[in-house]
Design a protein around this ligand. Structure first.
Ligand code: 9MR
Length: 384
């Protein structure tokens, strides 16, 4: 009898032990994985915790819990997420009287579940726009459509989204206003209208103007004119998002720095909202080259289909180190740095400006392994 009692007790202990082991093994691969403190200490969000938020744009498979490898990276490394596509107009507001929140709700729930800083991207953009809005020519019709669009979406996520890219890509390369469907209907007043509508719907939410090539002096001046225009007309703007789709060669650190300084001087937070570094040749650098089907399948334009050579890995790593050294130098002015994608395989740069290439623009490779560039960024504060 004594023998049986001990065996039973041991079995219970063994059962509990195995259950615990099993749970911890599973949770390592699941969205709910909680890494222990020792593991956490070395990841990007801890490295830069006193400097700026750090994050990535994420896609459906990630916030829906399918792409577990990428989810593991997102949860370990990042403190903020951006919706790469699902909050764009054509998805959220496909027809004048139809809003569709089912998918974007999942994105926001993912961010809330993991206590992340959640970015809404983007309310007003001429691209990926519902076709119905593309048809509007009349000023007051556009003002009403924008009010309804912005109010309904911002209100739906009131208190849950931390920061909205209110207007995306409103400027031409020379800093003038782009003749978008909004501009053609309302002139430049649509920008003030959009920022005011967003603020009215959620007075607490951060309001950002987001665009590419904001390191360019002429475009920089355009942004500064826009900030003044908004404020002179009683609208609030909190931040400028420099998208940061860069290459190994440009822009120069000096040009980026000049923009950080110029924007900060106008009392806005500076954000790097869509960071990546292309490693492939740029068709626009070739004289007379057009971004056309002609380059598809061309080995010259797609030189590394089977992996990036070590010499190139070093160049990407050095470029990222230079960029992050600059970010750290101005960490008091920079509130957020977001990569445009989680791993190389998921980057939009595999399909643009030429389809079907193999690009290596991020910190994690196609197997979700950290690259040399990751190490250089994450170790940037350590003494050489
Ligand atoms: O990464 C996005 C890609 O999957 C979409 O096909 C594309 C459509 O225009 O938009 C990409 O994201 C863009 C972002 O929303 C705004 N800045 C430029 C980004 C790259 O094109």
């Amino acid at each position: 009898m004594k023998y049986i009692q001990i065996t039973f007790f041991n079995r219970v202990i063994l059962f509990l032990f195995i259950t615990l082991l099993f749970q911890s093994a599973c949770s390592n691969n699941s969205e709910d994985s909680q890494t222990d403190d020792a593991n956490e200490r070395n990841h990007l969000k801890h490295t830069f915790k006193n400097d700026f938020l750090i994050g990535a744009a994420i896609n459906d498979d990630q916030f829906n819990g399918i792409d577990t490898q990428a989810i593991d990276i997102i949860l370990k490394e990042y403190s903020t997420i951006t919706s790469e596509n699902v909050m764009k107009s054509m998805y959220l507001h496909p027809a004048r009287d139809i809003f569709f929140f089912d998918v974007s709700d999942k994105y926001v729930e993912f961010g809330e579940r993991h206590d992340m800083h959640i970015i809404g991207h983007t309310l007003v953009w001429h691209s990926q726009l519902g076709e119905w809005m593309n048809q509007i020519k009349d000023s007051s019709e556009m003002a009403t459509a924008l009010s309804n669009h912005i109010h309904t979406i911002v209100d739906h996520y009131k208190g849950r989204i931390d920061s909205w890219d209110v207007v995306n890509e409103a400027l031409n390369e020379d800093g003038s206003l782009r003749e978008s469907v909004f501009y053609n209907a309302m002139g430049g007043s649509y920008l003030v209208h959009a920022f005011k509508m967003a603020e009215a719907a959620d007075p607490e939410v951060e309001l950002v103007y987001n665009d590419y090539n904001l390191w360019k002096p002429e475009k920089r001046e355009g942004v500064i004119r826009l900030i003044k225009e908004l404020r002179d007309n009683g609208a609030r703007i909190d931040g400028v998002g420099m998208q940061a789709h860069w290459s190994l060669l440009g822009p120069t650190i000096e040009d980026i720095e000049n923009s950080i300084l110029a924007y900060a001087e106008h009392d806005v937070k500076v954000m790097f909202t869509e960071l990546d570094v292309t490693t492939l040749p740029n068709p626009w650098d070739l004289e007379g080259a057009e971004v056309s089907q002609n380059f598809e399948g061309s080995p010259f334009m797609n030189p590394y289909p089977n992996g990036l050579p070590d010499s190139m890995q070093v160049k990407v790593a050095q470029r990222y180190e230079d960029i992050f050294s600059l970010f750290l130098k101005h960490q008091d002015k920079i509130s957020r740095v977001t990569f445009w994608g989680v791993n190389d395989g998921q980057s939009w740069l595999n399909g643009w400006p030429i389809k079907g290439r193999t690009n290596y623009p991020l910190l994690f490779d196609r197997e979700c392994k950290p690259k040399l560039a990751y190490d250089r960024v994450n170790n940037i504060k350590k003494a050489p």
